[in-house]
Design a protein around this ligand. Structure first.
Ligand SMILES: Nc1ncnc2c1ncn2[C@@H]1O[C@H](COP(=O)(O)OP(=O)(O)OP(=O)(O)O)[C@@H](O)[C@H]1O
Length: 289
């Protein structure tokens, strides 16, 4: 365990403090601080290039931040400083899982096999890393049965049970997205990070995604951090929204709060600072995002 010395209430699952990420001359993230609360869906939104994916990459260990601290506050009281862990340790010890903008399934494996691969670590541990273990001596058989049961539960929740034996690559796009989320859930995360899960989905698939994310939050208590451009998804399911522009936070609050924040409206409309006052007046006169 990496012990953090930051003060957090039990309600905070993730705390990002003074995060900066520089790529050569470009400051992609500039002194960003934000919090995600336990058991909530937090959305990270902002115009293209605002730095959302960079924040995700810092949280999940794909980038080492130039500066700043990212603390994961686990249910059991452990605190992990994510900027000090490898991506593998972030999944295993800090219990953070993620999906990517581009679907990354094992398309030649079946839907069920994709969910079993995600549980590889615990199965190997149960095997004792020996052939005897794999042959069913010791705890391997019990763990293997448990893994199949967990996979079955997630196939039900993701509405994929009828496709369990089909190659993952044969699924429609929206179903592949749900399978990715189910696969991430099979690693037993406390925080699930989703990078644009609604991208490319039709309205029916988008609705199925909302249902799945709501059930993850409500039935498992897993916290979700979500990057999303689709405002219907963000406004429908988020408890809390953080808005970035040019690597800095410009708004933070409930969906209603950010939707009506003139700074957010200006960022999305691409207006200059001197036009902001005008937008604020229009907003006060009754407009919204
Ligand atoms: N590996 C990298 N090397 C250099 N520049 C990068 C790298 N990753 C991101 N950037 C730059 O950092 C800035 C933020 O990019 P990022 O992808 O985080 O934005 P975003 O908000 O996720 O955008 P989008 O909504 O388009 O996905 C951009 O200017 C981008 O070009």
């Amino acid at each position: 365990m990496t012990s953090g010395n930051t003060t957090m209430t039990r309600d905070t699952i993730l705390k990002v403090e003074h995060l900066s990420m520089r790529f050569g001359g470009l400051m992609a993230i500039n002194d960003l601080s934000l919090e995600a609360r336990r058991g909530e869906i937090t959305a990270l939104i902002g115009p293209n290039g605002a730095g959302k994916t960079t924040v995700f990459n810092c949280i999940t260990g794909f980038y080492k931040p130039t500066m700043g601290m990212i603390t994961m506050n686990r249910r059991n009281g452990e605190q992990h400083l994510l900027e000090r862990l490898s991506d593998f340790e972030i999944t295993k010890k800090a219990k953070v899982a993620r999906t990517f903008q581009n679907i990354r399934l094992f398309s030649g494996l079946t839907v069920l096999e994709n969910l079993l691969v995600a549980q590889h670590n615990k199965l190997m541990k149960a095997s004792g890393y020996t052939v005897m273990g794999l042959l069913g001596i010791g705890s391997y058989k019990r763990e293997a049965e448990g893994s199949i049961e967990l996979a079955r539960q997630w196939l039900e929740k993701a509405d994929l049970i009828d496709r369990a034996d089909d190659p993952a690559g044969d699924l429609p796009y929206g179903a592949q997205r749900r399978l990715e989320i189910a696969r991430a859930m099979c690693t037993g995360p406390e925080l699930l990070c989703l990078d644009e899960p609604a991208a490319g989905l039709n309205p029916k698939e988008s609705l199925a995604l909302n249902t799945l994310l709501n059930s993850i939050r409500d039935e498992t208590g897993t916290s979700i951090l979500l990057i999303e451009h689709d405002m219907s998804v963000v406004m429908e399911i988020s408890d809390h929204v953080v808005v970035l522009e040019y690597g800095q936070k410009i708004s933070d609050g409930t969906p209603d709060h950010v939707k009506n924040d003139p700074k957010v409206i200006a960022a999305y409309l691409g207006v200059d600072d001197d036009e902001l006052e005008e937008v604020m007046h229009e907003e006060l006169d009754g407009g919204s995002l």
